[in-house]
Ligand binder design. Structure first.
Ligand SMILES: Cc1cc2nc3c(=O)[nH]c(=O)nc-3n(C[C@H](O)[C@H](O)[C@H](O)COP(=O)(O)OP(=O)(O)OC[C@H]3O[C@@H](n4cnc5c(N)ncnc54)[C@H](O)[C@@H]3O)c2cc1C
Length: 856
């Protein structure tokens, strides 16, 4: 065993071996994997070995597709077979709602380049004859699904990594991690200490324990999971013989089961409702190649439905029931990346689908470690996406909820109840008394909308417009016509101070910093000129700035800020989180309302648009920004939580004469739509350049040398390939939700545009015709110019909804730049729930296009 290496990877499951392979492939060969026992000694050895590409997050789907493609490569390099069976698979819908869900997934597949197909239950039965098709209303076929040998695959990664020069040390547990002042890690093992520049936690079932070695409580929990194997079945053998094919994989939402052929029999697994965490507080170090006691009663309800839906399986004898633990984060996606607050400590854990995701996780993490950037939009699996609120108990409740809903539909207006309320502001009870429907915003209870008095404050979940439609419309109209108040505690807030604060921010941000008492809006880009943040910044005093940004990105942004902080202490950064809360008032009467609450002049001249002032509001010391996300005349008022009730009460009392209403987050988002304002993590993400994101006016290339300036200048000089645009959609009773394909009937060539996500076609042959099929997963990622005037998918929706004041259904999304200024009707269609609806680009915001209202 070497005593000094560049990186130590802890854990020899499928994920650790993939990380090791990818690091070696990227050129880091001075690396070591340390495994407590033998390879696959955690959850990897008893996995069912299924893989698929479908994922709710298109960026994660892309990495899953990469994983599937990778198997051939590691087989060739290692000489070790993964026993790959690319059978294809179907998802079965038993209700119209589930069919809507499949239509949505299929539409998303259009721009991802997936070759999915909506098929009838009889067509599905022809590929899996053990089902009773009468139980289903439809299905979706995906050819890029299958299964493999988990142990063979893990060893293939390991052998390939070894061939590239990596070292693997077995039967040696890492017992302690300490860090020297210079950042070197001491990896203390049973066989001695290894010094390393980087440490990667691929501890799988023990990832939590390894996190604790460095003082971090990772939000990950193992769950028991069962699947059964039948005896050989004559029906299976007969099918194989008569068709020359293997039976496909089937996912049954209603039964919460997945099933497929395994040798001459069937494998059937469940995500049962009565799920059970395993070792909820700590994982025993002596847990080895062991299985857990099967508990057939727990999965009986799922099996009952399963046997009804697949009567062919019921007849078969059960050969074995496997019960094994594997890990989940709160939302079922992995925890990947550098851990905020530590240097060179990386995570690749909570990978619940190691054989669909392991390759992509390894690639993204190795890119990140070697090149400083994951190379993909990995927000959906970034370890920074959860806050301190994700404690052990919170994680336990959320993981159980997520597991038991693994095959449930999540409606776009559905808020999940587990572990709530977690964080609340002082106004929580008041908001409930006001009949607010609350939602979870990065662990904080936030009013979404206000149900009419006398009605139950509850969402009726749906893909269509629902019971919030009317009340949100009322909130928007009352705000735009008079004045409204809303809670904005769910923004991120930071203070940056110190003699070098301005230089620091100028180096990080694309816009110039404001003068004292003024505010600017500014994106932040990385070295590659991709958007990694979008902030409101006020200069609050000499060497002092306040920053507001996306709540969910707090750890993500802190990680970036800390990475770039000068080492000499000349800049300090403080994240407030919920120690600073806020209220926003907006609408034409908001100035009159504010004036009643303060003892200073807030007239147009004295308190201009984009001004910042500290003032007492309703008697409470506050910071006030003359700006709102509604795009109307309005103010954001920030205060310590102890004052929030006082300020709210004062606003309510003073607002009575102006017809003040409460409005929630959904009304706010509706109002931003009709102003064409983007949102972070939907329109603005690390896959887009600032000019693609149509943020041109906030990019001051000439101001100073900021991070990413060169790349941004290049983007501007070459012209962005894509552009963010707003659409008005001729919708019926459902609006876009995000990720819908944008179709265009284009009669001109608009060049070839790289798709930042999406992992396959639309591919084109030499004649310009679209090629689909199994080639879809082979990595083509371009939208090519069309010259034949046919309808084609040219872009994707990032978000949208109903803009209540202008009474239009709206969407934002990305299209090739050459199409972005064409406002003609009949050019675009957006697919909503399987129906293509006419859509028109709308360059000027439909509400107050000149911005006069917010400036007056
Ligand atoms: C019943 C069941 C069925 C499944 N079916 C599928 C499926 O069909 N498809 C799919 O994709 N996934 C499936 N999974 C999930 C899959 O098994 C996991 O996603 C995968 O194994 C995660 O791999 P890992 O490398 O992260 O963790 P693990 O396999 O748990 O590996 C972690 C390794 O780290 C080592 N380690 C931990 N701590 C230390 C230390 N301190 N020092 C040294 N070594 C250490 C452990 O010994 C272990 O070998 C299934 C899981 C189960 C239980």
């Amino acid at each position: 065993m070497k005593s000094h290496v560049k990186a130590v990877v802890i854990g020899g499951g499928v994920v650790g071996c993939s990380v090791l392979y990818h690091l070696a492939k990227a050129g880091w060969t001075d690396i070591m994997l340390i495994e407590r026992s033998e390879l696959t000694s955690g959850s990897s050895w008893h996995a069912a070995g299924g893989f698929h590409t479908l994922n709710g997050d298109p960026n994660v789907a892309k990495l899953q597709a990469y994983t599937v493609q990778l198997y051939k490569e590691i087989e060739e390099l290692s000489g070790q077979s993964c026993s790959l069976h690319l059978t294809g698979g179907v998802m079965m819908a038993d209700t119209p709602e589930r069919m809507d869900f499949l239509r949505l997934a299929h539409a998303k597949g259009r721009y991802l380049g997936m070759d999915t197909e909506l098929i009838t239950p009889s067509e599905a039965k022809a590929m899996f004859p053990l089902m009773d098709e009468k139980n289903f209303v439809g299905a979706m076929w995906d050819p890029v699904e299958g299964h493999l040998d988990p142990s063979g695959t893990t060893h293939a990664y390991a052998k390939a990594a070894r061939k590239l020069g990596a070292e693997i040390v077995l039967r040696n547990r890492v017992v302690e991690l300490t860090q020297e002042v210079d950042g070197t890690w001491n990896v203390v093992t049973e066989q001695g200490t290894v010094k390393a520049e980087h440490v990667v936690n691929c501890g799988g079932l023990w990832a939590r324990e390894i996190g604790r070695m460095v003082g971090v409580e990772l939000p990950v929990l193992a769950m028991e999971h069962m699947y059964l194997l039948t005896e050989p079945m004559p029906e299976v053998e007969e099918f194989n013989k008569s068709t020359g094919r293997e039976m496909i994989g089937v996912l049954d939402f209603k039964g919460e089961i997945y099933t497929r052929q395994e040798r001459n029999g069937i494998l059937l697994g469940t995500y049962e409702k009565a799920c059970k965490p395993w070792s909820p507080v700590s994982t025993p170090w002596d847990f080895g190649h062991e299985l857990l006691q099967p508990d057939i009663d727990r999965i009986a309800p799922s099996l009952e439905i399963g046997f009804k839906h697949f009567p062919g399986i019921e007849k078969a004898g059960i050969k074995q029931i496997i019960n094994g633990p594997f890990t989940f984060a709160l939302d079922g996606n992995p925890l990947v990346g550098p851990v905020q607050g530590l240097t060179n400590f990386w995570c690749a854990c909570a990978v619940m689908a190691g054989f669909s995701q392991g390759g992509g996780v390894g690639l993204a993490l190795s890119n990140w470690m070697v090149h400083g950037d994951p190379g993909f939009d990995v927000w959906g699996m970034d370890v920074a996406r959860f806050g301190e609120w994700a404690t052990l108990r919170y994680t336990n409740a959320k993981v159980r909820e997520n597991y038991s809903r693994r095959f449930s539909i999540r409606f776009p207006n559905e808020e999940l109840p587990a572990a709530r309320p977690a964080q609340t502001t002082p106004l929580y009870d008041t908001m409930l008394a006001n009949n607010a429907v609350m939602g979870d915003s990065w662990g904080l209870e936030t009013p979404l909308w206000f149900a009419p008095k006398g009605t139950e404050p509850k969402d009726i979940v749906s893909f269509h417009r629902s019971n919030d439609f009317g009340p949100i419309g009322e909130e928007v109209r009352a705000t735009r016509d008079k004045v409204g108040v809303t809670e904005i505690a769910n923004f991120a807030k930071y203070e940056v101070s110190g003699p070098a604060a301005e230089d620091f921010l100028n180096r990080l941000m694309t816009n110039r910093m404001p003068k004292t008492g003024r505010i600017v809006l500014t994106p932040m880009v990385n070295e590659f000129g991709k958007l990694i943040g979008d902030f409101t910044i006020a200069k609050t005093g000499e060497d002092r700035f306040m920053i507001w940004g996306s709540s969910a990105a707090q750890k993500y942004h802190m990680r970036w800020f800390e990475k770039h902080l000068p080492k000499d202490g000349s800049v300090r950064i403080h994240r407030f989180d919920q120690t600073l809360v806020g209220l926003s008032i907006a609408g034409p009467k908001s100035r009159d309302l504010l004036q009643k609450l303060v003892d200073v002049d807030v007239s147009t001249k004295a308190f201009r648009f984009m001004d910042f002032r500290e003032m007492a509001v309703g008697g409470a010391p506050c910071m006030v920004n003359r700006i709102t996300y509604t795009g109307d005349l309005g103010y954001e008022i920030w205060m310590a939580p102890a004052y929030q009730r006082l300020v709210y009460k004062a606003i309510k009392e003073a607002g009575e004469e102006f017809g003040l209403v409460d409005f929630g987050m959904r009304a706010l988002l509706s109002m931003r739509l009709e102003k064409n304002f983007p949102t972070w993590f939907r329109e603005l993400r690390p896959i887009y350049g600032p000019f693609e994101g149509s943020m041109d006016r906030f990019i001051k290339l000439e101001k100073n040398d900021f991070i990413g300036r060169e790349a941004a200048a290049k983007e501007q000089a070459q012209g962005p390939k894509l552009r963010r645009v707003s659409f008005i959609v001729d919708a019926a009773d459902a609006d876009v939700m995000g990720d819908e394909p944008i179709w265009a009937k284009v009669g001109k060539d608009y060049g070839t545009v790289e798709k930042p996500h999406g992992y396959g076609a639309p591919r084109f042959d030499e004649t310009g015709k679209e090629v689909r099929g199994s080639k879809a997963a082979e990595g083509a990622s371009a939208v090519r110019g069309i010259v034949d005037g046919e309808w084609r998918v040219v872009g994707w929706v990032t978000s949208g909804g109903y803009a209540h004041y202008v009474q239009k259904s709206m969407a934002q999304g990305y299209v090739p730049a050459a199409l972005a200024e064409d406002e003609s009707a009949g050019l675009f269609e957006i697919e909503i729930l399987g129906h293509r609806r006419p859509a028109r680009i709308n360059i000027e915001p439909p509400f107050d296009p000149s911005g006069e209202k917010m400036r007056t």
